[in-house]
Design a binder for this molecule. Structure first.
Ligand code: ZN
Length: 176
């Protein structure tokens, strides 16, 4: 592999849990990839090989659909794109204005200091719509688990998520 910036010959290195690749292409700021090949050049250029992106996005979507805390704006945007819905159509389905959806997705802050959110019903509807693309677990079970868990849980901190591509496995999975 040649560096597109300076034409140096680059050696790839597999990312690890200690030094993962931050998957910024997802639009999420807390998703990290383990087991992908990273080519880092002295000139600052960085290239990464992410195999089977569609299956990776399936696994990420599955985690987001089942997360207990309300979806963040970036997560709403990820699930909307995963469901292949333009913002205009998605806002229509949720029964909100496209401006409001845009404020939610871009984490705009209100005059009160709070960020714009979807609200509980639209949050769940987003999950149901995204789930249609992955159909491997009953949405009824997921929503009931969320309802039970959110009663007990106090923390609202967004945890870092790690997804791993093992060398001999053809599938992406959640890193333990
Ligand atoms: Zn370079």
């Amino acid at each position: 592999m040649r560096c597109p910036g300076c034409d140096r010959d680059l050696k790839g290195q597999k990312t690890t849990l200690e030094q993962p690749y931050q998957y910024v292409e997802s639009g999420l700021d807390n998703v990290f990839l383990v087991g992908v090949t990273l080519y880092a050049c002295q000139c600052g250029e960085e290239l990464v090989e992410i195999p089977k992106v569609e299956q990776l996005d399936d696994v990420i979507a599955k985690v987001l659909i089942q997360k207990i805390d309300p979806l963040t704006g970036a997560e709403v945007r990820f699930l909307r794109k995963y469901a292949e819905l333009p913002a205009k159509d998605f806002a229509k389905i949720l029964g909100i204005g496209p401006e409001h959806l845009s404020r939610v997705e871009n984490k705009k802050v209100q005059r009160t200091g709070a960020t714009y959110v979807l609200g509980a019903a639209a949050d769940k509807l987003t999950r149901v719509i995204a789930h249609k693309a992955s159909q491997d677990e009953s949405i009824k079970e997921i929503l009931l688990t969320l309802a039970e868990a959110s009663k007990k849980k106090a923390s609202r901190k967004t945890a870092r998520l790690f997804f791993e591509k093992r060398p001999r496995s053809s599938q992406w999975k959640i890193a333990a």
